[in-house]
Design a protein around this ligand. Structure first.
Ligand code: DAH
Length: 346
């Protein structure tokens, strides 16, 4: 066979092998073909290397044809290599693809509980008037919770404040009033404190929870008067609800104050026209208060002839309900987000 037809045959074989690689060749397979047809030991390289020993008239055509075919095979292989590389890259890109049209995951925004928001607002108003915050324990002794507050054992007013007894002498506190005693024991007048915290009672219905949140207020100094008590509470409620809020002080009884009063505010819903909330009376009961009883002063070693003071205790959930228009107190304890989400601000 002549060299020229041999070269022609090499081309045909090389091309058909390249074609047989199919549409998705791997780089490795291509390399095998490249070595076979263009490598140092390939037939074509042998032929080209043997040109100097060929008869004079064959050298030029064999050289020309040989180099042409070499170039054609090379080009063909290069094109295929390009295609394979691109394919490989496309596959990689496809695997790593990020679908920017997929909807994002919403980050839930947290918020404060309506009771907390209410407490914060109350504290804000009272601290502006000069009250400092004091805390006391939720597990309290009988002495601080009752005795020192002029509620002796077997006093009938203990009935209204039944609670969980850890022992005969230790209770879950029924009100924040014991913080009055704890504070006066460690401080000399003037005392101006506000004490927020949880309290516990044997009570549960639409407007009572066995655990609830109270704020206690206490102001003791020389010449503290009932007028100041009225002034402070009036200022508070006008700020908390609205300027048109009116207050009514109703004589009442608490063992730790004398005189004692319950405070009603003008109905925040009907503005005293009469509605279900105020049971058509136009008034809503909101807290208990009074002038600190001399027996309480005696318990903490204050001289009742020298000092006077006022105190008050207010339920925070009750104010939250009035502020937000919530009709069932239990909603505040169920932690249902569908409910809580409605109250983001005060
Ligand atoms: N401790 C009372 C209660 O929980 C509320 C109260 C009434 C607190 C009168 C006071 C007060 O400080 O003077 O029902």
């Amino acid at each position: 066979m002549s060299h020229l037809s041999k070269i022609e045959e090499i081309r045909t074989k090389a091309f058909s092998e390249i074609e047989s690689l199919g549409s998705y060749p791997e780089l490795q397979e291509i390399e095998v073909i490249r070595v076979r047809y263009l490598g140092r030991k390939s037939e074509l390289t042998e032929i080209l290397r043997s040109i100097p020993s060929l008869p004079q008239d064959e050298r030029a055509p064999v050289g020309k044809m040989g180099n042409l075919v070499r170039k054609q095979i090379e080009d063909h292989l290069n094109a295929i290599i390009e295609k394979a590389k691109k394919l490989e890259q496309d596959q990689k890109l496809h695997q790593e693809k990020i679908d920017i049209t997929v909807p994002g995951k919403r980050i839930e925004e947290g918020g404060l509980h309506p009771t907390t928001l209410t407490a914060q607002r109350m504290i804000e108003i009272f601290t502006k008037m000069g009250f400092d915050i004091e805390y006391g324990p939720e597990v309290e002794t009988d002495y601080y919770n009752f005795e020192a507050l002029n509620v002796p054992k077997h006093h009938p007013s203990r009935d209204m404040q039944d609670t969980f007894y850890m022992s005969d002498d230790t209770v879950l506190r029924t009100h924040t009033s014991p913080v009055q005693i704890r504070t006066m024991e460690k401080m000399k007048p003037p005392v101006r404190i506000l004490s927020p915290g949880f309290v516990y009672r044997h009570d549960q219905d639409i407007s009572h929870s066995p655990m609830f949140f109270q704020i206690e207020g206490l102001y003791v100094d020389k010449n503290v008067s009932c007028a100041q008590l009225k002034g402070v509470l009036t200022e508070f409620f006008k700020n908390f609800f609205s300027e048109e809020t009116r207050l009514r002080f109703r004589p009442s009884f608490f063992p730790f104050t004398e005189p004692s009063a319950e405070v009603d505010i003008s109905c925040v819903v009907c503005k005293q026209k009469g509605c279900r909330l105020c049971k058509n009376t136009g008034w809503l009961e909101v807290l208990g208060c009074g002038m600190v009883h001399r027996n309480v002063f005696k318990a903490v070693g204050y001289d009742p002839k020298k000092y006077t003071g006022f105190a008050f205790g207010v339920g925070i959930e009750r104010l939250a309900m009035l502020k937000y228009g919530i009709s069932d107190m239990r909603l505040l304890f169920e932690n249902d987000l569908r409910f809580l989400k409605q109250f983001r601000t005060l």
